[in-house]
Design a protein around this ligand. Structure first.
Ligand SMILES: NC(=O)c1ccc[n+]([C@@H]2O[C@H](COP(=O)([O-])OP(=O)(O)OC[C@H]3O[C@@H](n4cnc5c(N)ncnc54)[C@H](OP(=O)(O)O)[C@@H]3O)[C@@H](O)[C@H]2O)c1
Length: 435
């Protein structure tokens, strides 16, 4: 009789309940996929939830007790709280304790891995602890498995993707229904996609956590959350999305990591016929370019109880097969080119006084900086369906320009008398035509 892999589950919310269901519903199916059966041995969470069937596993409100429990081989951590710092501290204590106690751990916690992963994973490596955090990035999409297993023969050159389903849902609603950012966010909250405090999602922080993890796995450098350049989607309005469409693009919030360059999270214009541009709603998608394989694309549900549990239980099966995910060997951080060195096309929406001459001044500034214009859209108030307006947008798609140059250009244009407010700027994604 093979020795079971005994699971201690911490946290019984959305994801924790999904894990319980997946472990209990098809135990026989899971049994056929690994030499050791997975057994839900104990469950701990903050508030008792007696309505969830636990298949006979004892329940406790003390998650730390899982560390010393004799009948737990691996701790699955799915803790979250409105007090994010307290939850992070509890998760960290639990997983550090698991390592010290010689137990494996599986977590869905991207903030924990992105912020504390260097020390935690080094300790796990030294202790020979089996770990898994597939669920921490892109929910049910097996992108970590792809990077560490399926693409292991490759030198990863770059990866780029939509890794925050909430932002993608909001941008999709703005594009498809012309909703304002606020209305799209309110809808996402009503549907349960966005938290009551949506800051982490719409400010790009959640995506930065995930990108830091992906960059670590892809390039082997230490986790460096502080090194990720971050912009969220708050500054995008429905008009930007409509203009982008007119120019042949979709607006997506992307995480981009290129070997040797600063990882970055920000809104992007993507050619409308590119594959990632077609990924809508709460779905996630990550494109990975390896030197041997070329480009590969991974798309699927980035969140939700069952998809996230799918990733967690896959990690448990890997551990039961004694083939846990491979952690990158410790490496020094290489030099990376900062975002200031990035060169790409830019979309600019310039709020200009509705009077002659402003465009000529804008064009002169661009020309002075050696940046040419690929397309322009400028409509008077009447063409925009307005009786009269203090200002009209000048929308410009520039040719490729260096980030630092573009910052100087934006500052110069905002200084013009005929420019009435802040310029909206969105970078155009360019992955060598391969996306
Ligand atoms: N939801 C998703 O789709 C998704 C996708 C990918 C990754 N994740 C990650 O998965 C984790 C869990 O997310 P979730 O959506 O399942 O959150 P959730 O629904 O809020 O559930 C969190 C659970 O943790 C419990 N908890 C809080 N503090 C605790 C503590 N100190 N000790 C023990 N239990 C504690 C909570 O208890 P109470 O019932 O008392 O609040 C609740 O049962 C997070 O790290 C999240 O980032 C979630």
């Amino acid at each position: 009789m093979p020795t079971p892999l005994r699971v201690g589950l911490a946290g019984l919310g959305t994801v924790g309940q999904g894990v319980v269901r997946l472990l209990l519903e098809d135990a026989a199916g899971l049994r056929a996929r690994a030499p050791r059966p997975l057994v839900l041995s104990r469950v701990a969470s903050r508030t008792p939830r007696p309505h969830v069937a636990l298949g006979g596993a004892p329940f406790s409100t003390d998650a730390r007790a899982l560390i010393d429990a004799d009948d737990v081989d691996v701790i699955v951590e799915t803790i979250a709280s409105t007090d994010a710092d307290a939850a992070l501290a509890a998760s960290k204590e639990l997983l550090a304790g698991a390592i010290d106690a010689g137990k494996g751990f599986v977590t869905a916690n991207k903030a924990l891995i992105a912020r504390e992963g260097n020390a935690l994973l080094a300790a796990a490596r030294n202790a020979g602890t089996h770990v898994g955090f597939e669920a921490a990035v892109a929910g049910g999409v097996p992108i970590i498995n792809a990077l560490t297993q399926g693409l292991a023969a490759n030198r990863i050159e770059w990866l780029a993707g939509i890794v925050n389903g909430t932002s993608n849902h909001i941008l999709t609603a703005m594009a498809q229904d012309g909703q304002s950012f606020d209305a799209a966010l309110a809808e996402a909250q009503r549907l349960g996609y966005a938290e009551a405090d949506p800051t982490f999602d719409v400010e790009g922080i959640d995506a930065a956590h995930k990108l830091a993890i992906l960059a670590h796995l892809a390039f082997g450098a230490p986790l460096d959350l502080a090194g990720v350049y971050v912009e969220g989607i708050r500054a995008i309005d429905a008009e930007d999305i409509a203009y982008a469409r007119e120019l042949g693009f979709r607006v997506k919030h992307l995480g981009v990591a290129r070997r040797g360059a600063q990882p970055r999270v920000h809104p992007c214009l993507l050619p409308e016929d590119s594959l990632i541009a077609k990924v809508d709603g709460v779905s996630n998608a990550v494109q990975v370019h390896g030197h041997a394989v070329g480009s590969t694309l991974y798309v699927g549900p980035g969140a939700g109880a069952a998809p996230t549990a799918s990733a967690i239980v896959a990690n448990l099966l890997e551990i039961a097969r004694a083939a846990p995910m491979a952690l990158p060997a410790p490496a020094q951080a290489g030099a990376t080119a900062p975002i200031g060195a990035l060169t790409c096309q830019h979309y600019l929406k310039i709020p200009a006084a509705d009077e002659p001459g402003v465009f000529a001044q804008v064009a002169e500034i661009l020309s002075r900086h050696g940046v040419s214009i690929e397309s322009v859209i400028q409509r008077g108030a009447a063409a925009r369906g307005e009786a009269a307006s203090q200002w009209v947008p000048i929308v410009i798609l520039t040719n490729a320009a260096a980030e630092a140059e573009m910052r100087a250009i934006v500052a110069a244009i905002e200084g013009l008398d005929g420019v009435t407010g802040r310029i909206g700027r969105i970078r155009v994604a360019d992955f060598g035509g391969t996306v």
